[in-house]
Design a protein around this ligand. Structure first.
Ligand SMILES: [Fe+2]
Length: 199
């Protein structure tokens, strides 16, 4: 299923970023410069058979070209603490990525979840017992509204606990180097708790 197609503005922007003229791009993919000009001014679309070579000439993947999103991960040794979570609103799938990514599930391109500061309904209770945090929330755990996961994030790893409707809203994490906790509510989204500020 394709719900986006490459736009003229996208082609122009990527071509200029590569410092190519319309002629140079045309030559690379074996079309006329008039064709490139047509695409860029919104008077036509590149044929689907050209997408692979067009994406190659512009230095991105076909899926990035089609979605209008360019992924640039410059730091290959990404800091795990900056990992992103993507949650599918249809099937509830949770995907974690250590860098930017173009992720789709159930036909939907998923945006990365941005953690908000917790409101009163999504407050966490934390108790420390020996080397563990015991984390719990006073939050509904019904099928329509529940905490779907809790994660404890450090610079070098993530402890991830999936929770389920009708199940307990609590878990334990090893304290070692945890920098922040993340709580995801299926209705209200992602909430973040920085160690130095909130626990
Ligand atoms: Fe909630």
């Amino acid at each position: 299923m394709i719900d986006n197609y490459v736009t003229g503005a996208q082609i122009k922007m990527l071509r200029e970023k590569k410092k190519m003229t319309q002629e140079e791009l045309a030559e690379k993919i074996n079309v006329t410069s008039k064709a490139v000009s047509k695409w860029e001014t919104g008077n036509g679309f590149p044929d689907i058979s050209l997408l692979e070579s067009l994406a190659g000439a512009l230095g991105i993947s076909v899926i990035e070209l089609l979605s209008g999103t360019c992924i640039h991960n410059q730091n290959k040794n990404a800091n795990i603490a900056r990992s992103k979570f993507y949650v599918c609103p249809v099937c509830g799938n949770v995907i974690m990525s250590t860098g930017e990514a173009l992720i789709s599930c159930c036909g939907i391109t998923l945006p990365p979840q941005n953690a908000e500061e917790a409101d009163t309904e999504h407050k966490i209770n934390i108790e420390i017992s020996e080397d563990e945090y015991y984390v719990s929330l006073d939050h509904p755990m019904t099928k329509g509204h529940y905490i779907s996961f809790i994660a404890a994030v450090s610079d070098d790893g993530i402890q991830f606990e999936k929770l389920y409707p009708e199940g307990p809203c609590q878990t334990r994490f090893k304290i070692s180097r945890v920098k922040k906790l993340l709580v995801y509510c299926n209705k209200d989204g992602l909430f973040g708790f920085e160690k130095n500020k909130l626990f």
